[in-house]
Design a protein around this ligand. Structure first.
Ligand code: AMP
Length: 120
């Protein structure tokens, strides 16, 4: 997609610190890491979010799972643990509208959600 920064990374038009890829998925380091390991795993095809994953786009999911497994092992967080996070839509603060899974690890990550601003 023309104006998508992650599509430009896939196309090689913008540099990225790539750590894993196959035909369907690319994994690269987040430019503003919030943990010692902070890798983004994305489908090479443009999909906005998990809300847009249907049967046609689903084949990348197996690659995504494999990427997570292999990146976690390569980063040495497979035994210590890690968090997968996929911000989806405005309330989650999704900034880049190309599906991406954050793989975070390398330190205790604390509670899943910030308690600030919490409420039902
Ligand atoms: P989200 O808020 O879930 O949409 O996260 C978008 C993430 O993309 C942020 O953590 C950014 O730091 C990261 N990001 C944005 N541009 C780049 C880039 N060119 N290379 C690597 N990571 C990026």
């Amino acid at each position: 997609m023309a104006d998508c920064i992650f599509c430009k990374i896939v196309a090689g038009e913008i540099p990225a610190d790539k750590v894993w890829e196959d035909d369907h998925v690319l994994a690269f380091r987040d430019i503003q890491p919030i943990a010692p390991t902070h890798v983004l795993v994305i489908p090479k095809v443009h999909v906005e979010s998990f809300a847009d994953v249907d049967e046609i786009r689903a084949p990348f999911l197996a690659s995504l799972a494999r990427a997570v497994r292999e990146v976690a092992a390569a980063e040495g967080v497979d035994t210590t643990g890690y968090r997968l996070l996929a911000n989806t839509g405005p309330d989650a603060g999704q900034e880049v509208m190309h599906l991406h899974v954050h793989l975070l690890g390398g330190r205790p990550l604390g509670p899943m959600l910030s308690m600030r601003g919490s409420g039902r």
